[in-house]
Design a protein around this ligand. Structure first.
Ligand code: NDP
Ligand code: 2IT
Length: 434
C-alpha cells in the first residue's frame, strides 16, 4: 500500500519530495507484488537514524550561542551513508529529510556504493569571522564524530559548507576520534581531498546538459545564451564549464541581487568576489560597469536558451517557468536540489522543454566524493584530468540510463519518470534482497 502523504503536512519539503517520487512511479512499479508484500513503499520513506544535537559555540566577544545540529542517515542499502552538510538559517528536519531522501536515489544513479544521508545546522556563517566559523565547526564535530567514519557515514559540503568548513571539521574529527580515515569528502587537497571535487557538481551538470541537448535536439551549449542562478560552488563551476564549451552566461544571482551582462559573466572576477572575498554579487558591477543589477528573482525573466537553477530548493516556480518558456528556453538543468517547484517541472515536461531533475544532473559532486573515498582507501592521488574524465563517464551513464527508462515508459521528455523509476527499482530491489 502507498503511504498516506498527508501525515507529512508538517514537513512540507519532505512531503514534496515524496509526492514527486510517488506521482512519477510507473503502474508496474506501484502494483509490483513483491514490493507491496514487503511494504517497500512505507519502509523506503522512513530514515534509519535521525540525530539531533545542541551545538554550543563561543563568538569573538566571549558570548556563548547554541544552534541545532542534525545528521539524518536515511538508507544504507546501497553503501555507506553519504551526503552533504548544510549550514543555513533555514535548515530543519523537513529540509534535511527531503535532501537525504533525494540523496538515496542520486547516489544509486552514480553506480558507486553509497547510501543516502544529509545533515547540517541552522547556524548562519554569513557575517561571522573565520575564527567564529571554525569554532562552530569544531563544536559541531564534537557532537557528530561518534556517528561518522569511512565504513559508516561520510559527510561532505553543501550550502554554506565549503573548503574552510570541511578543513576545520576534518581536523576536529581527527582530534576527537583519534582516527584519520576518510570520514569527510570535499577535503582540501593537502588533507587528502580529490582534485576536481570543487568543480565536480558544476562541471557535471554542464556535461549532462550538453549530452541531453545533443540527444534531443542535435545541438550543444556552443553559441547558446545561458542563465545560471546562484553564485556559490555549483553555480560558479557551471559558469566556468559552460563558457569553456562555448556558451555565454549572461545572468546569475545570489540571495540579494541578480546581475545581467549581455557580454557574458567572467568567471575569475565572479569567483574572486564570491568564493575568495565572500562578497555580494552586485560588486561585479564595480569591475564591469555595463552590468545591470536586478532583484534576485528577476533572473528567470531574462531571455535565454538554457537555464541552470543552481541556488536552492523551490527557487523557480510556475510563473518563472512560464517566463522562461515564453522566452524560448529549450533546456532547464537542475544543479541545485529540487530548485523547480513540482508545478514548474510539470510545465516544462508538458511543453517538451528538456528538463532534468537535480538527483540526476547534479550527481557529479557526490560521484567525485565517491572517487575521493576510493583514492583515500587505495592511498592513491589521481590527476585532475583522470577524475574529470571519470566524472564525464559517470554523467553520461546517468543520462543514458534515465533517458532510456523515460523512452521505454513511452514518455521521452520526462526525465523525472526516467530517473525516479530507474533509481526506485534499483533501491527497492536491494531492500528486498537484504
Ligand atoms: P553555496 O553555499 O556555495 O552557494 C549557494 C548559492 O545559492 C549562493 O549564491 C547563495 O546566495 C544562493 N542561495 C542560497 N540560499 C538561497 C535562497 N534562499 N535564495 C536565493 N539564493 C540562495 O552552495 P552550493 O553551491 O554548494 O549549493 C547550491 C545548491 O546545489 C544546493 O541546492 C545544494 O544542495 C546543491 N548541491 C550542491 C552540491 C555540492 O557539491 N556543493 C552537490 C549537489 C547539489 P548567498 O551568497 O546570498 O547566500
Ligand atoms: O547534494 C549533494 O549531492 C551534495 N551536497 C554532495 C554530497 C557529497 O557527499 O558529496
Amino acid at each position: 500500500m502507498l503511504p498516506d502523504l498527508n501525515r507529512f503536512s508538517n514537513e512540507p519539503e519532505f512531503q514534496k519530495a515524496l509526492k514527486e517520487m510517488f506521482s512519477s512511479l510507473d503502474k508496474s512499479v506501484l502494483s509490483n507484488k513483491v514490493y507491496n508484500d514487503n511494504d517497500i513503499f512505507n519502509k523506503i520513506i522512513e530514515p534509519d537514524h535521525v540525530y539531533t544535537f545542541d551545538v554550543k559555540w563561543v563568538d569573538d566577544h566571549g558570548n556563548e550561542h547554541v544552534n541545532k545540529g542534525y545528521r539524518i542517515q536515511f538508507n544504507n542499502v546501497n553503501g555507506v551513508y553519504k551526503g552533504g552538510l548544510r549550514f543555513h538559517p533555514s535548515v530543519n528536519i523537513s529540509i534535511l529529510k527531503f535532501l537525504a531522501f533525494e540523496q538515496i536515489f542520486k547516489n544509486y544513479l552514480t553506480t558507486l556504493p553509497m547510501g543516502g544521508a544529509k545533515g547540517g545546522s541552522d547556524f548562519d556563517p554569513k557575517g561571522k569571522s573565520d575564527a567564529e566559523v571554525i569554532r562552530f565547526c569544531q563544536a559541531f564535530m564534537k557532537c557528530l564524530y561518534p556517528h561518522i567514519g569511512v565504513d559508516l557515514d561520510v559527510p561532505a559540503g553543501d550550502i554554506g559548507v565549503g573548503a574552510r568548513e570541511i578543513r576545520a571539521m576534518y581536523l576536529a574529527y581527527k582530534e576527537y576520534s583519534g582516527k584519520s580515515d576518510c570520514s569527510l569528502t570535499g577535503k582540501p587537497i593537502d588533507l587528502g581531498g580529490s582534485l576536481c571535487r570543487t568543480e565536480a557538481t558544476g562541471f557535471g551538470v554542464t556535461y549532462f546538459a550538453n549530452q541531453a541537448l545533443q540527444t534531443y535536439k542535435n545541438t550543444s551549449l556552443k553559441g547558446k545564451t545561458v542563465v545560471v542562478s546562484g553564485s556559490g560552488n555549483v553555480a560558479l563551476y557551471c559558469l566556468k564549464k559552460v563558457t569553456e564549451l562555448g556558451g555565454k552566461v549572461v545572468a546569475m544571482n545570489d540571495s540579494s541581487n541578480a546581475i545581467y551582462n549581455p557580454d557574458g559573466i567572467e568567471f575569475n572576477t565572479l569567483r574572486e568576489i564570491k568564493e575568495v572575498k565572500r562578497g555580494r554579487i552586485k560588486e561585479y558591477k564595480d569591475v564591469y560597469p555595463n552590468t545591470e543589477v536586478l532583484n534576485s528573482k528577476d533572473i528567470w525573466g531574462i531571455k535565454c536558451d538554457v537555464a541552470f537553477p543552481c541556488a536552492t530548493q523551490f527557487e523557480l516556480d510556475e510563473n518563472d517557468a512560464k517566463k522562461l518558456i515564453n522566452n524560448g528556453v529549450i533546456g532547464v538543468f537542475e544543479g541545485a536540489n529540487m530548485p523547480c517547484t513540482l508545478e514548474a517541472a510539470e510545465l516544462f515536461i508538458k511543453n517538451k522543454i528538456i528538463y532534468s531533475p537535480g538527483k540526476a544532473s547534479n550527481a557529479g559532486g557526490v560521484a567525485v566524493s565517491g572517487l575521493e573515498i576510493e583514492q583515500n582507501k587505495k592511498g592513491e592521488k589521481w590527476s585532475f584530468d583522470d577524475v574529470d574524465h571519470r566524472l564525464q563517464g559517470i554523467m553520461s551513464n546517468i543520462f543514458n540510463n534515465i533517458y532510456k527508462t523515460a523512452k521505454d515508459l513511452g514518455d521521452e521528455y520526462n526525465l523525472v519518470k526516467g530517473a525516479n523509476n530507474y533509481a526506485f527499482i534499483g533501491i527497492a530491489d536491494k531492500m528486498i534482497n537484504r
